[in-house]
Ligand binder design. Structure first.
Ligand SMILES: Nc1ncnc2c1ncn2[C@@H]1O[C@H](COP(=O)(O)OP(=O)(O)OP(=O)(O)O)[C@@H](O)[C@H]1O
Length: 291
């Protein structure tokens, strides 16, 4: 399912949340990264037709979202798991999926029920299908969230921070679930967790202040910090000056920082970058451009 976003701008009260964004992707998983307020949720809401753009175009699978017929067609082929999905606490997982199927235009009750059962199986929730949603754990709710996004067998799936707040084991399970979906569908995964992207997304787009500052292979994002990543171990204050701190961990007797800088900081040991260094590097470059 090809998605083409052209010169997409969305302003709120005159302030651009998205500023002339161009992005084309299709097939497999695309990670969407960016700091708070970068415009990720706005982009996803425009893509799902929940919001209308101020200007620019979104075409999904050949359907233009500017047209009513396009929006209707896209709704049928799209699954959306928003950051905060409203679940009805008194419905069981099975009843909830049945209801969502009805909303998505699946008129045949038997087909709906069969699909709900299939999806609950796929997300590992068959045993809890009859439990009320209000009594489920955070991870189980997320799984029901993914299942509802998959009712109607969408070819494009948009998920907003699906692993936030999950414990490490649930997160791992959820990641492999998403990666499995990406084998057969187009999945846009927005997250703050770089590890989720490193583990599941061959490609990634990075938004900063409403603009795309990187789009390409995830390995290429790591490469953005090549030759300018340093490790600084110190018992004193954190490294300062013209550098960006990508990571800080406590070590015996002090702290270990990874920094991105054009020139080596005092006591800086050059190291091979990892994804979070690459992310810090493109954010650093983006800030430099905005100055
Ligand atoms: N409905 C709205 N009304 C006014 N401003 C909005 C609205 N939605 C988003 N914004 C603003 O647009 C900008 C982008 O917000 P958005 O939620 O898209 O960012 P985000 O990258 O998803 O952030 P986060 O990672 O915190 O979820 C922010 O400055 C936000 O305050």
């Amino acid at each position: 399912m090809d998605v083409t976003i052209t010169d997409l701008t969305k302003t709120f009260g005159g302030q651009p949340a998205l500023d002339a964004v161009n992005l084309a992707f299709g097939g497999g998983m695309l990670g969407l990264l960016g700091p708070n307020g970068a415009g990720k949720t706005t982009l996803m809401r425009l893509l799902t037709g929940v919001l209308r753009p101020t200007s620019g175009r979104v075409v999904v699978g050949g359907h233009d979202l500017a047209e009513r017929s396009g929006r209707t067609a896209v709704k049928r082929m799209l699954g959306y798991l928003p950051q905060h999905l409203e679940l009805y606490p008194d419905l069981t997982a099975r009843e909830f999926l049945d209801y969502i199927g009805l909303l998505k235009g699946m008129a045949d009750r038997r087909v709906r029920r069969a699909r709900a059962a299939e999806l609950l199986e796929e997300v590992g929730m068959s045993a809890a299908a009859g439990r009320r949603l209000g009594g489920l754990s955070g991870g189980m709710r997320r799984r029901v969230g993914i299942a509802q996004a998959l009712m109607g067998d969408p070819r494009l799936i948009v998920v907003d921070e699906p692993t936030a707040g999950l414990d490490p084991e649930e997160r791992m399970r959820f990641r492999s679930l998403l990666a499995g979906l990406g084998e057969r569908r187009t999945v846009l995964l927005s997250t703050h967790i770089l590890d989720d992207v490193a583990q599941t997304c061959p490609d990634v787009a990075v938004l900063a202040a409403g603009r795309v500052v990187y789009h390409g292979p995830t390995s290429g994002l790591t490469g953005a910090a090549e030759g300018r990543t340093y490790q600084v171990d110190t018992a004193g204050p954190q490294p300062a000056g013209d550098l960006t701190i990508a990571n800080a961990v406590a070590i015996a007797g002090g702290m270990r920082y990874r920094v991105v800088a054009e020139t080596a900081p005092p006591d800086g040991l050059p190291v091979a970058p990892v994804l979070e260094d690459g992310y810090a590097a493109v954010m650093r470059d983006a800030r430099g451009r905005r100055r």
